[in-house]
Design a protein around this ligand. Structure first.
Ligand code: YH5
Length: 283
């Protein structure tokens, strides 16, 4: 087992996450493709029910996402993203005992979500949008910095690396420094290699194999591979048939020291985590 070099207390707004153990983060999409019918109230109702089910299944974080990062997805206005995300954050904060993560790059969404109970800023752009660093510095939320080159729309255009782990590590170190420079303490930061973002299948596999190389940065790692193409391409399976492959990678990520697993299938992943934790706890 890989043991941590960092403090295991991650401050997440008015909560603290104990990263001496591995946590499961449940994915909650609040994009219109996930809520096509029924209007806002029904959308809110369903989002809350889904969040509740994931918490009951053992998720200790819920990741609320109002902007699709799929290549080709249309851009969402700031107001639209606020309208999608804020009511959901408020509703979860009012009812559930869970850290609320918000998948956003938008300064206004960072600020408004924090005021409603967000505990973790999960920005796939690592606070590179103008004003995002300052917005994050104005909150007490934890920050997940993720590696991605370019933007979701162009990131898969021929990504190239000469030293994959080194370049991912350097990028994340640079973003940690940018955070420090605006007053975001390193104790608030977690890191993510960004599987599927500006990476070929070979890159994803190699980065996963050498995940331990990112421990040199001295911060907890989050891994998000649930149902992604790393599974689909390795197994030749469509998105609906990627559960077992995703669970294999969840177990492997945990064995390699990842402390937060971002997943769709919470109950199944929680079994994987508990099983490995039981073995780790043995004499
Ligand atoms: C991540 O890795 N990923 S959004 C395509 C899929 C399945 C899932 C076709 N936000 C990450 O989940 N945040 C996303 O199959 C993330 N780390 C962090 N921190 C993409 C996604 C997905 C894409």
């Amino acid at each position: 087992m890989t043991s941590a070099l960092y403090s295991t207390r991650l401050p997440c707004g008015n909560r603290v996450l104990d990263l001496s153990r591995t946590h499961v983060m449940g994915i909650l999409n609040v994009t219109p493709d996930s809520f096509s019918d029924g209007g806002r109230f029904k959308g809110l109702d369903r989002a809350l029910a889904h969040a509740r089910a994931m918490v009951d299944a053992g998720a200790t974080l819920i990741d609320v996402g109002g902007e699709s990062t799929r290549p080709g997805a249309s851009a969402v206005s700031v107001q639209e993203e606020l309208d999608r995300v804020c009511p959901v954050v408020e509703a979860i904060a009012g009812e559930l005992d869970v850290v609320i993560s918000v998948d956003t790059s938008t300064p206004e969404v960072i600020t408004e979500s924090a005021a409603r109970g967000m505990g973790l800023i999960n920005d796939v752009r690592s606070l590179r949008r103008p004003g995002a660093l300052e917005a994050a510095a104005g909150t007490y939320a934890a920050v997940c910095l993720m590696h991605m080159l370019g933007e979701p729309g162009d990131m898969q255009d021929n990504p190239h690396y000469t030293d994959l782990v080194g370049e991912v590590s350097d990028f994340l170190a640079g973003r940690m420094l940018a955070c420090q420079n605006v007053g975001i303490d390193t104790s608030r930061i977690i890191l993510d290699p960004g599987f599927g973002f500006a990476k070929t299948h070979a890159h994803n596999l190699s980065l996963f194999k050498h995940l331990e190389g990112l421990h040199v940065l001295g911060r907890p790692l989050l891994v998000g591979v649930s149902r992604k193409s790393i599974v689909g391409q390795a197994l030749g399976k469509p998105v609906t048939e990627r559960l077992f492959g995703s669970l294999a990678l969840a177990g492997l990520a945990m064995a390699k020291g990842a402390r937060i697993l971002r997943v769709h299938d919470v109950a199944e992943t929680v079994d994987v985590v508990r099983m490995i934790a039981a073995v780790d706890a043995a004499e």
